[in-house]
Every structure is written in C-alpha cells, then in structure tokens.
Design a protein around this ligand. Structure first.
Ligand code: KIV
Length: 272
C-alpha cells in the first residue's frame, strides 16, 4: 500500500512546480513515450512526465539521442498527452530542431505545442542557445533547461562520464543556470554532475532544479524503462531499480509460448 500523500486531483502546472520548491516539496519526474505508460505514471501520481529524446535509445534502439526527428517526438508527445490528466508534460526538442537559429527553434517549439498539445518544452544548453530560449519564451511557451551532461552533444564530449568536475566547467554551469533562470525558464534538469555542484545551483536558484545522477535537488528524474528494469543493459551508479520487469515479462512470455505449444491455450472458457 502506498504511503504517499500526493494530491492526485490538482493539475500540475509550471507555476505549481515553483511553488513546490518554495514549500520544500520534492518533484517527481519520469519519462514516458506512449499512451499506456503515461496513463500508469499519471494515475500513480507522478508530478511531471518527460517525453524525452531518450525515446531515440529506448523506443527506436539508436545508440544516441541524435537520430530522433521532430515528427517522431511529436508522435510520442501526442500519445502521452492523450493519457495524462494531472502531471505536467514536458517534451524534448530533438537534436537539429533548434540549434540552427532562434527562428528555427521557435518554429519547432510551435509545431510541438500545436500538434502534440504538450505543455512545455526542454532544450539542452546554456548561453549558446540564449536567443532561442528568449524567442520561445516570448511566444508564451514554457521552457525547461538542461545542463551538465547533455546527450545531444555526446559527439563533442566523447563520453557519458560525470561533467563539471573541473572548476571552469562548474563555473560555466552555474552561470548558465542563472542565465536560464533570468531568461524565464521555469525549471532546469541537471544531469550527471557532482552532488555539491547541484546543491549549490539549487540553493542559488528560485526555479526548481531536477537532478539525474546529480545528487539531491528539488526533484529527480529517471528514464522509466531503466528504473522499472525493462532496460537492463544500463546500470550507472545513480540508477535505483524499483522493479525487474524484464524478468517478469520474460517469464510471462515463456509461459505463454509453452501453453501455445502444448495446446493448453486457449482453453474451453477462452473461446467462443
Ligand atoms: O531524454 C531524456 O530522457 C532526458 C532525461 C535523461 C533527463 O533528457
């Protein structure tokens, strides 16, 4: 039996996330890319659903997030939006849909909002995407920032190891976080940086900082397929597994195969 005291009725908005930080109430966030999963997460009381471009890895089997297209992200976001009643739904703008210039960024954000009915978008980067963030915000579209390990830049980093261990990179991350808050972003994801740096950023910002592999913050985000043990090929230190769904599914499918092979399924009562 769940012991949480979540208000499962009140719609989560960008404003409400900021109020949660003010009250010291932690924000829970998970990824979803499809209707059925999003419905389960929403009904369980998750605060925020991220239609992440990790769909490129998890749904499409790509090695990086780079190949997923804006059309594909819109498809995933539309499916999620049909299921969600309470959680705030944030969607990643994919690689190549906003880095070119701020006009292109706004056009991509508008397409996402119009076609998927998503409630906010997430972009990776700091000062280098300043103009795009400004333009999107000026159109009334809420923006969540994403700093630290930014998987769309994996070819520049060359590795998925912890970011901002050195003073110079940490200082840039702090400056970028402050800039994104000043511009009007409603929240930030910080991925895979030292916990002390996340704590410093969270203490200095009034907007919520949501961590992944970044220690304690105003909230946490994980990829649903990782935390449910559907994808077992990814075991970083920061990942806590809450279920072993891969084993449960393998067992169920194995029993189904067996039943079909020995003509046990369907039984008399399972046919017309
Ligand atoms: O795409 C994604 O799943 C993300 C999270 C890792 C934050 O951006």
């Amino acid at each position: 039996m769940s012991t949480n005291t979540i208000d499962n009725t009140r719609k989560v908005t960008t404003r409400r996330l900021i109020e949660m930080k003010q009250r010291g109430e932690k924000i829970s966030m998970l990824t979803a890319y499809d209707y059925s999963s999003a419905k389960i997460l929403d009904e369980a009381g998750i605060d925020c659903i991220l239609v992440g471009d990790s769909a490129s890895n998890v749904m499409a089997g790509n090695v990086t997030t780079l190949p997923i297209t804006l059309d594909q992200m819109i498809y995933h976001a539309k499916s999620v939006m049909k299921a969600v009643k309470r959680a705030l739904v944030v969607v990643d703008l994919p690689f190549g849909s906003y880095q070119g210039n701020s006009k292109e960024a706004l056009a991509s954000a508008i397409r996402m909002m119009k076609e998927s009915h998503a409630e906010a978008i997430k972009l990776e980067g700091g000062a280098e995407i300043r103009e795009s963030v400004e333009r999107i915000l000026s159109a009334g579209i809420p923006v969540m920032g994403h700093l630290g390990l930014t998987p769309q830049s994996i070819n520049k980093f060359g590795t998925y190891t912890v970011r901002a261990r050195e003073e110079q990179e940490a200082a840039k991350l702090i400056a970028d976080a402050k800039l994104l808050e000043e511009l009007g972003c409603f929240a930030l994801v910080i991925e895979k940086v030292p916990a002390a740096l996340t704590a410093k950023v969270a203490a200095e910002l009034t907007i919520p900082v949501i961590g992944i592999g970044a220690g304690a913050a105003d909230g946490q985000v994980l990829v649903m397929h990782d935390m449910l043990g559907i994808n077992k090929g990814f075991s970083p230190r920061f990942l806590r597994r809450y279920a072993d769904l891969a084993s449960i599914m393998t067992d169920a499918v194995g029993r189904y195969i067996e039943d079909v092979k020995r003509s046990d399924f369907p039984s008399e009562s399972e046919q017309y």
